[in-house]
Ligand binder design. Structure first.
Ligand SMILES: [Zn+2]
Length: 403
């Protein structure tokens, strides 16, 4: 996509952080010709003139488990750290089940089930009311982080959470990017901080899988300038940028995560968002080869997978037993079109996985929210679809494998 005429963005980039990257070619390409009318990037909504097949996939070909959803969230956060046990519930079982039945979705896994009384509430509201349709994960209670025996408290909380119905542990990027020594102030706590070792071990002993999200798209660690492929997204959400300040680099975060996975070989780690490096499937493959206790989901990353359909297809062929279907779906969360729970979201994922359609939107939005490109389907064969939609998740969650 050409940048001709997008002058407000070009002007905006005369900032010191990107000064070194103004090459002769790029300055030539952004000089408007005399007749050009400047067009703000936000108003640019090109309509594709391409005539290609458009397949509507209303239902998953095989019953699916969405391993990555957020049906409940913490009622209170301080500087990115969830501090309340109390949950806010984003959808009723009734309204969720209606969509699930239409989309052939057997179950949703609510990763952000919280802890203590909040977890019990979430399990009662969903899992217990509709058995087999909802599963809930617990989360660490970081508000107790300052207590001297926190490592043991947190490890013991895993056993209690399992008794309360949790099917696994979810780690948000809080660990590594928000949690600090004094919870919301001080130096950042590292992902491989030894104070969490008893918790990782407890998960291994209890057979509770750990769904872990560290880092973010690599573009979030580079300056928000005209060279940033996710400029609009970062410009709309400046707090998503982890460039500068005291943030670790993407590589440092992934290395700390890898040390945790290596140190706890008996614990299963589901590394979310395609191992948090969907832009570099070679890196994800390397880690999958290194760590037998690692698997990945594809939540909120079909925009990445679908723009490299041939590499993605090879990746699915090779790691078909370790890739799980997930979307990051959030009921009524209309701020982020790529993860709004509903028919449209699932149809896009199914189209990507099941068809060889070309050049279609990865999110139901006028402007692609995670970068201005389109995606291509990878037409997985039935055997791989069954594994990715259901069997791999069923194994991780210790469900009986039948679909
Ligand atoms: Zn998520």
């Amino acid at each position: 996509m050409g940048a001709t005429g997008l002058s407000p963005l070009a002007q905006q980039n005369q900032n010191p952080t990107s000064g070194q990257s103004t090459s002769p070619t790029s300055s030539q390409s952004t000089s408007p010709t005399s007749s050009a009318t400047p067009l703000p990037l936000s108003q640019y909504e090109p309509t594709s003139m391409l005539h290609v097949r458009e397949t509507r996939v209303e239902r998953a070909r095989y019953a699916a488990i969405d391993i990555h959803t957020h049906i409940s969230v913490s009622k209170k956060s301080e500087k990115g750290v969830a501090v309340a046990a109390e949950r806010q519930f984003l959808g009723t079982p009734h309204e969720l089940l209606a969509v699930m039945d239409r989309k052939n979705l057997q179950a949703m896994v609510n990763l952000t089930g919280g802890f203590y009384a909040g977890l019990v509430d979430a399990v009662n509201k969903y899992d217990n009311r509709s058995p087999g349709r909802f599963y809930t994960f617990t989360e660490p209670c970081y508000s107790r982080f300052k207590q001297p025996n926190y490592p043991n408290i947190q490890a013991e909380a895993m056993a209690q959470a399992q008794r309360d119905g949790a099917k696994g542990l979810k780690i948000l990027k809080t660990l590594g990017l928000y949690l600090r020594e004094n919870i919301s102030s001080g130096t950042l706590v590292k992902i491989d901080d030894p104070r969490f070792d008893p918790m990782w071990d407890a998960c291994g002993q209890l057979n509770l899988p750990v769904a872990i999200h560290v880092s973010d798209p690599i573009a979030f660690f580079t300056p928000t300038d005209r060279f940033n492929e996710r400029y609009e997204e970062l410009n709309n959400h400046p707090d998503w940028s982890f460039y500068g300040h005291d943030f670790p680099s993407n590589a440092e975060l992934l290395a700390a995560r890898n040390r945790v996975i290596a140190r706890h070989p008996k614990t299963q780690f589901l590394v979310l968002h395609v191992g948090n490096f969907a832009e570099d499937l070679g890196n994800v493959a390397e880690n999958l080869d290194r760590f037998p206790n690692m698997s990945v989901d594809i939540a909120a990353r079909i925009g990445e997978l679908g723009r490299q359909p041939r590499a993605a297809r090879r990746f699915f062929d090779k790691y078909q037993d370790r890739i799980l279907f997930g979307t990051d779906a959030t009921p009524h969360g209309d701020e982020f079109p790529q993860q709004v729970f509903g028919d449209q979201l699932y149809e896009i994922y199914y189209r990507f996985l099941e068809t060889d359609d070309e050049y279609f939107d990865y999110a139901p939005a006028k402007i692609p929210p995670q970068g201005r490109w389109k995606i291509y389907g990878i037409e997985l064969p039935d055997t791989i679809l069954k594994k990715v939609y259901y069997e791999n998740a069923a194994r991780l969650l210790h469900l009986s494998v039948s679909s």
